[in-house]
Design a protein around this ligand. Structure first.
Ligand code: RRO
Length: 312
């Protein structure tokens, strides 16, 4: 019997597929739909302390090979997601869910994390260090000094299981430098990758989204090779206690298989979920199981991280 079950941060999940933050996770209605689908768990839309309207529309577009967005961190505010997660801890105590969050400043991030630390929340936390779309706010994880400082401060008081959402890196030296920082901390996972920031898509001599003059984060098929490279680069470098969540360009069971082959313990679906809806989890799970069966693999641990290189 083929199983796609996995473990992350010490918690068990009956499927390694789930949504990516930002997709199908803004409201409790959307989160319920993912929870009740074949997905192993869900992650919430990245929460700030207070409700945010986000950027003006149009701010998301499906593209032939993916998507472009400049949502601008619209969300219901921390309490909304916390209230729902605490309610689920009562009704579905055997399952674990993920809360994504970030502040608009380091002070706000600490205020949020201190609230989570003091709460009864028992799930996983994903700190989003890679939002590309808030005008005037650079992506934290592209500033290694700021990243190290915030992680040092966070882990001076935060004791719950925390992972970080990373932007794609494009240089081997950056993989090395980022790893040297992350390996200093009790991070439970890194999630590779957020959208490739600040792409530009043109139609009829015009951009397709309104914010930032049309610049936006790319997702979907465009980004799979970059996502796989980031998953594998961090899998090869990080200390074994830090697991990898693979996100980027997953449309089929084969794509999910490749993320796992590169080292991912959990695989998230963003653009393809936006295009297809939560029924996608059943389809991709079946495709992944069929591929595993064909290759004689019974669990994802049978092939996770076992990507082969070309020898002489
Ligand atoms: O809300 C967004 O514009 C957004 C966020 Br926070 C993120 O992390 N990644 C993305 O592509 N869009």
């Amino acid at each position: 019997m083929v199983s796609t079950a996995t473990r992350l941060g010490g918690f068990a999940f009956d499927n390694c597929l789930m949504n990516a933050a930002g997709v199908w996770c803004m409201t409790t209605e959307e989160l319920e739909a993912v929870k009740d689908s074949a997905a192993g768990t869900f992650v919430t839309k990245t929460a700030t302390l207070a409700y945010r309207e986000g950027n003006p529309e149009p701010r998301y577009r499906n593209l032939p090979l993916g998507s472009i967005n400049s949502m601008g961190l619209p969300n219901q505010g921390l309490d909304y997601y916390m209230d729902y997660l605490l309610e689920l801890q009562g009704s579905e105590p055997e399952r674990t869910f993920i809360l994504s969050l970030v502040g608009l400043s380091p002070d706000e991030t600490h205020e949020i994390l201190k609230k989570v630390e003091a709460s009864d929340f028992k799930g996983l936390i994903e700190l989003n260090l890679s939002c590309p779309n808030v005008p005037g706010k650079p992506q934290i994880a592209y500033d290694f000094e700021a990243t190290e400082t915030i992680l040092r401060e966070v882990f001076s008081y935060f004791t719950k299981p925390l992972g970080i959402k990373l932007p794609p890196y494009f240089d081997i030296v950056h993989f090395d430098q980022a790893t040297a920082i992350f390996n200093q901390f009790p991070i439970v996972f890194v999630n590779c990758v957020n959208s490739i920031g600040n792409g530009l898509y043109i139609e009829d001599e015009q951009v397709v989204i309104k914010p930032k003059g049309g610049f936006g984060g790319l997702g979907g098929e465009y980004i799979k090779p970059t996502a796989l490279a980031n998953v594998h680069a961090f899998y090869q470098r990080l200390k074994p206690e830090i697991q990898i969540v693979g996100t980027g360009g997953v449309l089929t069971g084969r794509d999910a298989f490749e993320h796992i082959l590169c080292g991912a313990s959990m695989v998230q679906i963003g653009t393809a979920l936006q295009k297809e809806g939560p029924a996608i989890f059943e389809r991709i799970t079946a495709e992944l199981q069929a591929l595993m069966a064909e290759k004689g693999y019974e669990t994802i641990e049978d092939f996770r991280g076992k990507l082969q290189t070309i020898r002489d």
